[in-house]
Design a binder for this molecule. Structure first.
Ligand code: B12
Length: 490
């Protein structure tokens, strides 16, 4: 049975190979990109369902059950999310399955990973994918759906939609996104299939992420997907949600039973005031959640704002602080914030807050010699002693779209992965307890080979374990909810 205005969005599994196990990169969160699209299309009068295949398979659903679900209702269009690198194989397996079941229904893909590799996908997989929605998806997807309704096909030239022809030429006009963030409808986790009864102790079913900003990042770090225009995704400049909007969205999440809230994007780039207002409104609205996670990059907020975040009404407040390297030289090579004195001043305040305060670190960085990794180790030891523990240390992933990849000769970097197919290996590797993944090292340098990177990571993880357990803050931070593990990757 087909409902004229029914759209089916799919969050794919990592790969059939790993459908029942935990991959190296996590795949169970609900994609807020898909939720944002569902909310937008619903507002325009469509019925939308999201099928979360990673969640279904991990919770015991068989492939037959998933096929039956897909066959139960024929949509006008399928949209598959390829937000994250490790979803690539699952995305392709899903597209193939859908075309087998419904050869006449349009299948489009979107999300950040698909957007970055749109040309590769169009070039190699046009037999199962009708096109890629590049960048922010609301308006483009709506135009594609309208075209299907009005013309029974997708007309050429929709801005933001990339297709190819048999001669290997691409058809693509970028879309200029103008819709303001506060004009977007609120997102909801309701209606995501399948509904899972949470296992005891599993916090993922209670997790909800706030979309707080779009349009990139003010920094232009050479290695990152968010700076250098790469993170703009169709916007001229960054647009932030107002604190009022975020509180209204948060209230809706709470009504849906979500108690573990994350702000993981660059909200900090809007400065101290909006965060202070967000926290103050949470108090005024008598909000209380189990956990509130903030993410902060050095150089944007005054240290005093950490105290404001600490006061967010929650059982646990977590603040992730992205330091990345202890070497000012390497940070400067990456065009990254590198004032270690200011970073230590922040850490001094952050460590003393009653929060689970953690830092993220990377190695295998441009120009990074043994002595620079030693500086990172020293910074890890110092910050841990000051109460900011390490969330994770991992190897930098070198993506071909970044400035660092394009200028890799400057640092004598040899890249191993160059295209969408090369990166499919992320769909292939299971999580390991030691958190070491030599197959996922994307590059090496004469002064830090692949073997060096893995050896150094293993050594750093040992140091982290030792200094964390010895930190004067260990007991306090553990009581607040900190868990020491070796396996987190990236
Ligand atoms: C918030 C965030 C998270 C949140 C999750 C958010 C969520 N529940 O969806 C958390 C903290 C959980 C998270 C986790 C991870 N993340 Co993350 N995350 C982000 C961040 C900061 C913002 C993304 C976001 O939600 N934006 C708001 C929403 C509304 O926009 P959107 O998702 O891009 O969706 C729009 C378009 O992409 C498009 N779209 C999206 N899906 C689809 C599908 C279709 C069919 C169509 C047509 C369009 C479309 O339309 C949407 C609306 O406009 C980005 C970086 C950034 N600033 O963008 C990194 C980022 C996306 N994450 C990244 C990574 C790697 C991860 C992890 C794999 C890390 C890890 N080691 O585990 C995990 C995987 C989580 C999982 N799958 O379970 C990378 C992706 C790189 C890559 N090529 O894979 C990014 C780009 C960060 C980076 N600089 O490297 N992340």
């Amino acid at each position: 049975m087909q409902t004229e205005k029914f759209i089916c969005l799919i969050q794919p599994h990592t790969s059939y190979k790993l459908m029942n196990v935990q991959p190296a990169l996590f795949d169970q969160f609900d994609s807020i990109g898909l939720m944002a699209l569902a909310a937008y299309l619903k507002q325009k009068g469509y019925e939308v369902e999201i099928l979360h295949l990673a969640k279904a398979f991990r919770n015991g659903y068989s492939r037959d059950q998933v096929v039956r679900k897909i066959k139960s209702r024929k949509p006008l269009l399928f949209g598959i999310g390829n937000m994250w690198v490790h979803q690539s194989v699952g995305m392709l397996e899903t597209a193939e399955l859908l075309k087998k079941i419904y050869p006449d229904v349009a299948v489009v893909v979107g999300g950040q990973h698909a957007s970055f590799f749109a040309e590769d996908i169009v070039r190699s997989y046009s037999d199962m994918i009708d096109g890629v929605i590049v960048g922010e998806g609301e308006e483009t997807l709506h135009d594609v759906v309208k075209s299907l309704e009005e013309n029974h096909g997708i007309v050429a030239g929709i801005p933001g939609f990339m297709t190819g022809n048999e001669d290997g030429e691409f058809s693509f006009t970028p879309r200029k996104v103008t819709v303001r963030l506060d004009q977007l409808p609120f997102m909801s986790h309701q209606g995501i299939w399948p509904h899972i009864v949470p296992a005891v102790g599993d916090i993922i079913p209670f997790a909800a992420t706030l979309d707080s900003v779009r349009g990139g990042c003010p920094q232009s770090c050479l290695h990152c997907f968010e700076g250098n225009g790469l993170g703009k995704h169709g916007r001229d400049k960054m647009d932030f949600h107002s604190p009022e909007y975020l509180i209204d969205q948060l209230k809706r999440y709470i009504d849906e039973g979500k108690t573990n809230i994350l702000i993981q994007d660059s909200y900090y780039a809007n400065g101290d005031e909006p965060i202070e207002e967000f926290v103050s409104l949470a108090h005024k609205n008598n909000i209380y959640v189990d956990a509130m996670h903030f993410f902060v990059e050095p150089g944007y907020l005054s240290s005093a704002t950490f105290k404001v975040m600490e006061s967010f009404p929650a059982r646990k407040v977590a603040i992730d602080y992205g330091i990345e390297t202890g070497s000012e030289k390497v940070a400067a090579n990456m065009r990254r914030y590198h004032d270690m004195e200011r970073i230590y001043a922040d850490v001094e305040v952050l460590g003393k807050t009653q929060t689970v305060s953690t830092a993220w670190w990377l190695i295998s960085l441009p120009g990074e010699e043994d002595k620079d990794v030693k500086l990172t180790e020293k910074a890890i030891i110092d910050t841990t002693q000051m109460g900011v523990f390490t969330e994770r240390v991992s190897q930098l992933l070198l993506f071909p779209q970044t400035e660092l990849y394009k200028n890799r000769e400057k640092y004598k970097m040899t890249a191993f992965f160059h295209n969408f197919d090369d990166f499919k290996i992320f769909s292939d590797i299971e999580r390991r307890d030691n958190g070491l993944y030599p197959e996922l090292v994307t590059h090496e340098m004469p002064y830090q080979t692949r073997q060096d990177t893995i050896r150094m990571l293993a050594d750093l993880k040992k140091t982290i374990r030792r200094v964390t357990e010895a930190s004067p803050y260990y007991e306090e931070k553990t009581k607040l909810g900190f868990v020491l593990n070796d396996f987190d990757f990236f």
